[in-house]
Design a protein around this ligand. Structure first.
Ligand code: ZN
Length: 246
């Protein structure tokens, strides 16, 4: 009998080992905003500032053309880009700054790599990433962030639940504009200019040397030319249309 118990116990232990080896699949939430009631439509432009520098081609184009955007910034980027932050804060009508985490580690609570980036790896580390990102933003003196987008925009389902519990909405997207800023200018412009009413575009504003940045500007100007208007996520949220479909 004792032998049988030990045997059952070993079976139970091996099941645990199997289930932890096959970690839950990651989710990449999508996000749309409610289509505009009239006109050529509207889209939400979201730009990630993961680390590195500022793409002034994009920042200048947004200011000159009065295109509003939601910028997802990390603690790392905020430290190194004070001049850009100052420009964004000087145009509160255009720029909404939101939380992209403290250290740009994916909000995945099991140890693994996503696009070569090591995940936070535990619930505590996900919480620290979210809270340190919000704290870094608070130190710049702007409004408290309401949205969170994790590094790589992929999450474990349990991490999404935690982010929501911490009081943040998870910022998915519907159009991957620049393929992690690795696409060429032409393809980036094509993807962004193809945005339809209600789309949420993701691109990057932290890679000034990448060709994709030029494509971001071209794509946005093409949308503007078509009469498309731009809203920030908070404005869209004001309409109560931030449903994620993860
Ligand atoms: Zn990022």
């Amino acid at each position: 009998m004792r032998l049988l118990q030990r045997h059952l116990c070993m079976i139970a232990m091996s099941l645990v080992a199997i289930s932890s080896a096959q970690a839950a699949p990651l989710v990449e939430p999508t996000l749309h905003i409610k289509p505009a009631a009239s006109g050529a439509g509207h889209v939400a432009l979201t730009l990630d500032a993961c680390g590195g520098q500022t793409d002034t081609r994009i920042l200048s184009a947004l200011v000159e053309n009065k295109i509003p955007a939601t910028i997802f910034v990390t603690g790392i980027w905020l430290k190194r880009n004070a001049a850009a932050v100052e420009i964004m804060r000087a145009h509160p009508d255009l720029f909404e700054l939101e939380n992209h985490g403290g250290r740009h580690v994916p909000a995945v609570d099991t140890p693994r790599k996503i696009y070569g980036i090591r995940s936070a790896g535990s619930p505590e580390a996900v919480q620290a990433e979210v809270e340190s990102g919000a704290a870094a933003l608070a130190r710049t003196g702007g409004p408290a962030p309401k949205w969170f987008r994790g590094a790589t925009a992929e999450y474990s389902p349990s991490a999404i639940a935690m982010i929501r519990k911490l009081g943040f909405k998870v910022a998915g997207f519907s159009i991957n504009g620049d393929g992690g800023s690795l696409l060429g200018a032409r393809e980036t412009a094509r993807r962004i200019s193809a945005a339809k009413d209600g789309d949420v575009i993701i691109s990057h504003i932290n890679q000034p040397t990448h060709a994709a940045g030029e494509g971001v500007v071209q794509g946005l100007l093409a949308l503007k030319e078509k009469g498309m208007t731009f809203v920030r996520l908070d404005d869209a949220d004001g309409f109560g249309n931030n449903g994620t479909t993860d």
